[in-house]
Design a protein around this ligand. Structure first.
Ligand SMILES: Cc1cc2nc3c(=O)[nH]c(=O)nc-3n(C[C@H](O)[C@H](O)[C@H](O)COP(=O)(O)OP(=O)(O)OC[C@H]3O[C@@H](n4cnc5c(N)ncnc54)[C@H](O)[C@@H]3O)c2cc1C
Length: 490
């Protein structure tokens, strides 16, 4: 009888639990927020996570002789970077910035170094700055579109090119667009704005974890390396479908997809901008205030696909690793189209993987990249073989075809619907991010619904450190509101 009663009470609690703070999403923003709350004495915190794992867009999986990261892989910068601050004291990061080598599929050889530099300089000249572009004279004056800027700079390059360079230059054009999109995850450069408030943390931009991949950051946030690991109530496979009465003040209702109901005094919402874009109209009751809706619409959210390739043996230069990239000749563009392999034209590069010597990570960016997630394994392998054979085999005679691969599925996964946010030409992303980062308060001025996550960070969006900072920032608002409430009670 006693057992039956406690079963009943537990079920009742799971179905109607009154929590103090509910954090939605156990990615870096959600975990950082929950940890900050617990560290500051807010103990009744529940984290609801749709997936059956924590980490969100940090997803380290075993592959080859080690692990690969299908999501975040690099720590971008050192000074003022939370990931660096967590990992560097434990010597978890390696600074081994690779060189760059651009190949041309017509002969499979690396292009002339001066030509490569010209192309790289061009992409670097498409600078994101608030106000006017200040590089390359005034070429991009008066436009806020990255694509228009690329076209103008490209025209200048074509005009100054020697006859023998022209064919090569023209065939490199699609690659230029994809390469520029690679760091932004835009599907099409015409969607990317030139205006951005992203602030690079000074230092090495491509630090990787010496072993264990980005999963290390989750362990650091959960303090798994320490004697007293963080204890937070994370409920996996708990997908939130509806958030009601968020304007009610004392009790916000949260309904999970499986019908479970919870209520909370304060909610921190961290799922991706992709999830928000798709569901904000149906998920929030009443509807979100206008400035939140327009913020969600204004900020860009893109995708890319990563495919890790396992080879029989290393065929690239281990001592001096290089990012190996390639653009396709007209003949190979035609051949790939004939063979139903147009998606290979979104290939942007191969990078080595730390502590995993027989694995290379390949990156696919641009319009064709989402299709990769739906291809059969045979189709993927056929395309990968095409790339390595025509782009690299002539330069690396020892090259063998990949024997196994694993690919990301960020676009298809309903809990992400893409990779990360970017500055879109469709609206003012800066104002959007600032608005989204503002807490929604109830009539008493208490913050009740708070958005966090990479897309809400106006200066470090699209990164893990930006996500962590955003989570801590909103958690601090909750902590402050609690202490104010307490003072008023006393
Ligand atoms: C391919 C790729 C490469 C990247 N490379 C880098 C890199 O090298 N360096 C870097 O710093 N950053 C990189 N990033 C970006 C970085 O991964 C993200 O900015 C960061 O992880 C975002 O964290 P977040 O907590 O904001 O969101 P997420 O990590 O997306 O966490 C949100 C969580 O909410 C959950 N969720 C969604 N919907 C619901 C729901 N309805 N109910 C409950 N839970 C829900 C999701 O499952 C997820 O776990 C990369 C991202 C990708 C995808």
């Amino acid at each position: 009888m006693k057992n039956l009663l406690s079963f009943f009470l537990v079920s009742l609690c799971l179905n109607t639990c009154q929590c103090s703070v509910v954090v939605i999403g156990a990615g870096p923003a959600g975990i950082a927020a929950a940890a900050h709350l617990v560290d500051h004495g807010v103990n009744d915190v529940t984290v609801l996570e749709a997936e059956n794992r924590i980490g969100g867009r940090i997803n380290t999986i075993p592959f080859g002789d080690g692990v690969v990261d299908l999501g975040a892989e690099f720590c971008h910068g050192e000074v003022g970077n939370t990931v660096y601050e967590l990992a560097a004291p434990l010597n978890l990061l390696d600074s081994d910035t690779p060189g760059f080598e651009l190949h041309y599929s017509a002969n499979g050889l690396a292009v002339d170094h001066t030509f490569q530099e010209k192309l790289l300089n061009l992409t670097h000249s498409i600078v994101h700055k608030k106000g006017e572009n200040n590089q390359e004279g005034d070429a991009c004056k008066g436009t806020d579109k990255a694509k228009e800027c690329l076209d103008r700079l490209f025209e200048i390059l074509v005009k100054s090119a020697e006859m023998k360079e022209l064919q090569l230059l023209n065939q490199s054009y699609p690659w230029l667009g994809n390469y520029k999109c690679a760091s932004e995850s835009c599907l099409d450069l015409s969607e990317l704005s030139l205006h951005s408030d992203y602030e690079e943390c000074p230092g090495d931009q491509m630090l990787s974890f010496s072993s264990g991949g980005y999963r290390n950051v989750l362990d650091l946030l959960m303090r798994n390396h320490q004697q007293n690991p963080l204890k937070i109530d994370v409920r996996l496979q708990s997908k939130v479908a509806k958030i009601s009465h968020w304007n009610n003040g004392s009790s916000i209702s949260i309904t999970l997809q499986n019908g479970t109901n919870l209520s909370a005094k304060q909610v921190i919402f961290t799922p991706s901008l992709g999830v928000l874009k798709k569901h904000y109209k149906s998920m929030f009751h009443p509807s979100l205030p206008e400035q939140y809706q327009s913020a969600i619409e204004a900020i860009g959210y893109g995708t890319m696909t990563k495919i890790a390739l396992l080879f029989e043996d290393t065929w690239w230069n281990k001592e001096h690793p290089k990012i190996l990239s390639c653009f396709f000749s007209a003949k190979h563009v035609l051949l790939s189209t004939k063979n139903n392999l147009t998606w290979i034209q979104s290939f942007t590069g191969l990078t080595t993987v730390q502590d995993n010597p027989k694995v290379l990570m390949s990156w696919f960016v641009g319009k064709e990249s989402p299709r990769i997630e739906d291809l059969t394994p045979e189709e993927v392998l056929k395309g990968l073989n095409f790339i390595v054979t025509y782009c690299f085999k002539p330069s690396f005679p020892k090259l063998t075809l990949p024997k196994k691969f694993v690919r990301s599925q960020w676009r298809n996964n309903h809990n992400f619907l893409g990779t990360y946010s970017y500055e879109s030409v469709r609206g003012d992303s800066r104002t959007g991010r600032l608005n989204l980062g503002e807490a929604i308060k109830n009539e008493e001025g208490v913050p009740v619904l708070l958005f966090a996550g990479e897309a809400t960070n106006s200066v470090n969006f699209a990164t893990v450190h930006g996500a962590i900072d955003s989570g801590r920032k909103v958690a601090e608002r909750v902590v402050t509101s609690r202490s104010q409430e307490k003072k008023e009670e006393d």
